[in-house]
Design a protein around this ligand. Structure first.
Ligand code: NCD
Length: 311
């Protein structure tokens, strides 16, 4: 069947799809995971333009892998210096041009709000792969799919967000998305300088979501069902000294893991710098590389749905 409500839609913020639509997308991603030949070649002849104005490994590669596995093709740039942006072209003009060649556009850009602007100038769907410190909705699809697959549910849990909650767009998007599920408690663990933005807290208060702000990770460990670790976002700091002072505030290691629940999940959008010691990688609760793989399934499902594939 063709899910017509998805066709031609853009994804700019995590709330753009309804909860029912999210369920359709997750079920489809699980079907693809269980049968990697499912939907293979379903996007033959379709083109995805990947416009990356900021560095990326997983997001760009998983989108490319997703499109290629669906039988489609990718074009674009991974380095804005090689595009006409370097000659001073406006984002609006770059987007109008890419929309002439491709059936969908995925874009990462350092400016907050750039994805929304791109959508306004595009005749094809735009997928936000990160707009500055604002949102990263396809990472959220990845995170929710991982939680759903590994915990068997998305509701009724305590999630601890740890690290750079001020600039971390993956955190901002996941908080917004999780606020729509029942019985979610959020613990925001960060240094004072990197607390979660006030507008996000105001929205949570309005929605009656239970949350607490803390500074100590170790003391919070035993309460957490999903621990979402993040990197301190060096590229969004105004001065290097502050970054150096704050970058190693939290390091999750085997010793801290001894305080965690037996079934706790450790997630991280990656890349990690120092915030998770490599000794944790072998802990069965470490799920961040599985999460990277679920990202590809989530993006395959997303592309298939917005391109109108029969699923
Ligand atoms: C994240 C991002 O770009 O916001 N990476 C990703 O897409 N998996 C997280 C980060 O860079 O810290």
């Amino acid at each position: 069947m063709v899910y017509t409500s998805f066709i031609g839609r853009s994804l700019i913020e995590p709330g753009d799809f309804s909860l029912e639509e999210m369920e359709i997308l997750f079920s489809l991603a699980e079907k693809i995971e269980n049968d990697e030949n499912y939907l293979r070649e379903s996007c033959r002849g379709k083109l995805l333009a990947a416009l990356f104005f900021e560095p990326s490994t997983r997001t760009r590669l998983s989108f490319e892998a997703a499109m290629l596995r669906l039988g489609g093709t990718c074009l674009g740039f991974a380095e804005p210096g090689s595009s006409s942006a370097a000659k001073g072209e406006s984002l609006a003009d770059t987007i109008r041009t890419a929309a002439c060649y491709a059936d969908a556009i995925v874009m990462r850009n350092p400016k907050e709000g750039s994805a929304l602007l791109a959508k306004q100038f595009s005749s094809v769907p735009v997928i936000n792969a990160g707009d500055g410190g604002h949102h990263h909705p396809t990472q959220t699809l990845t995170d929710l799919l991982t939680i759903r697959r590994l915990l068997g549910k998305i509701d009724t849990m305590t999630i601890g967000f740890c690290g750079d909650l001020k600039f971390g767009r993956t955190v901002h998007s996941l908080v917004k998305a999780l606020a729509r599920y029942a019985n979610i408690k959020m613990l925001f663990i960060s240094p004072k300088e990197l607390v979660i933005p006030q507008y996000i807290k105001n929205n949570l208060i309005k929605q009656g979501i239970v949350f607490e702000e803390r500074e100590n990770l170790e003391k919070s460990m035993s309460e957490i069902d999903v621990l979402y670790m993040t990197r301190v976002q060096r590229e969004r700091f105004f001065n290097e000294d502050d970054y150096i002072r704050l970058k190693d505030t939290y390091v999750l290691n085997s010793e801290k893991m001894t305080f965690a629940k037996e079934k706790m999940l450790v997630l991280h959008p990656l890349p990690r710098v120092n915030e998770i010691s490599i000794e944790v990688d072998n802990d069965p609760r470490a799920a961040y590389f599985k999460q990277a793989k679920y990202g590809m399934y989530a993006r395959m499902a997303l592309l298939a749905l917005i391109l109108g594939v029969s699923c």
